[in-house]
Structures are given as C-alpha cells and as structure tokens.
Design a protein around this ligand. Sequence first.
Ligand code: HH2
Length: 279
Amino acid sequence: MTPTSASPPVRVMGVINVTPDSFSDGGRFDDLTSAILQARRLIAEGVDILDIGGESTRPGAAPVGEDQELDRVIPLIRAIRAESAIPISVDTMTPAVARAAVEAGATMWNDVSALRHAPDSLAVAADLGCEVVLMHMQGEPGTMQTEPHYDDVVGEVAAFLTARAEAAQAAGVARERIWLDPGVGFGKHMTRHNLPLLAGLDRIVALGFPVLLGVSRKSFISAIDGGNVPADQRLGGSIAGALVGAAAGVAAVRVHDVRETVQALKVWRAIAAARAPAV
Ligand code: HH2
C-alpha cells in the first residue's frame, strides 16, 4: 500500500512487560519505578499506545495468578494515567485484570487468546466498552511451539480472526472497537508459518478491521539471521517487519524499540508518499 498525505500514519505501540521472565525485557521493568521511567521514556520517544503486560506468554513461561498479575499492572497503569493521557492497552487473558485495568485508566484490552481464555471474556469485553485486540494463536502459550500445523496459514488465520470478530460482535462488542492481530510467533513454525503470514498480511488487512502487528525481537528474526541472535540484538529484523506491516496497511505495530521504529516509519512514509501520484 502506498501511503498518501491523507493516509493515517502507522501507530506505534510500545511494550512494557512488568514481568521477571518476558523473552526480551523480562526483569528490566518489574519494579514500579523502573516501569514508570520506561513509560516516560517511550512517551518522549513518540509512542502512540503503551501496552502493559504482567504475564509472559513465551513458550514455557510460568502462569501467573490473578492477584499477582493485578499487583504488577494496576499500579503502573494508575501511575501513567495520573500524569499522561496516552492510550494504554493491557496485555492479559484474564477478564478481571482487564476490568481493573480499564477502571485504572486503560483504553484497550489486548488479549492473545482472542477472548477465548475465560468463559466470561466476551461478556466482559462487551461490558467494558474499550477497544479490544483479538490475536490468533494456535494452541496454548505453554505448548504452542511443539508442533504447529497449517495447510494454509494465511487462510486459516484469516478465518479464525473473522470468526472471533463475529463472536465478539454477537456478544455486544462494537465493530469499530475491534482490532485483529495475526499473532506472529504464537503457534507458528519459525519460518514455514511466520514468513508466509507476513508475506500475506494484506489479506488480514482486507478483513476490514484495524490490524496490530507484533514482530519486535521475535525468535524468527534470529532463525533467519544465523540462529543465535540475542533478543536485544534483533532491531534490524524488527524494523524490517514493521515496514512490511506498514506496506501491507496495518494500523499499528507493537514494538520494544520505539524511537528507532518511529524514525523508520517516518522515513518509509515520506518516501512512499513522494512516489504517490499528486492529487
Ligand atoms: N506478542 C507478545 C505478547 N503480546 N500481543 C499482541 N497483540 N501481539 C503480539 O504479537 C504479542 C502480544 C510477545 O512479546 P513480549 O510481550 O515481548 O514477550 P512475553 O510474552 O514473553 O512477555
């Protein structure tokens, strides 16, 4: 997709994991003070949305109890909201955490289970009236990378997301509040599934909902680049993925490196707009 001066810029969602074990920033922001400083830093770097998570979803991560998840995310959301109007998303599969987060000032529920994790997820999302991200995942976080299988990964992800968007609307979630996310790395073979999915992103965008894309620092970048690249050295691949998303028309990218991504998207947009015919 070639942007014009009229197309909205791709938004940048900055990740803050208040966890000891997230795959790339685990342990860095798991006390309130360092998490608040990181939020301020990402805001200064031009972030559009902050995504706050209190439970790692990496394969094999230990599940976290509801009370612990609340203790991790709610004070941070409150503290950010006390000093900024920045949109805040909460990355959780637990309806009670989403509810408390929205009460504390979050505006979006980012659910990697696409509102399937708890029996009341759909009803709570409808009741909260916030924006909701429905993400595709094959299997459960603990085991999803064991043997993922697809006959047609783009078609199956698109069909799943369509069905979840329909279920959300049937439960009372307003259509204009629904976002879709293809779930790169969630129950997908490193290259055989993630790469065709990224190459076919335009088909997910064509479903007609804003699309959020998360490729930042993910393992497939290391797999392509020799197989042994630590998470904090995957910036080049992360930016390549963000630009592929931008070209396919995603509405937002979920990233750890905000400043660099904001700059890459600005440059991409300026060049692409210069190529568009004058109107
Ligand atoms: N990826 C991660 C977590 N949440 N949410 C959405 N919507 N899309 C994603 O691609 C996505 C997500 C995994 O990344 P991270 O939060 O850095 O790691 P961890 O799950 O280990 O906390």
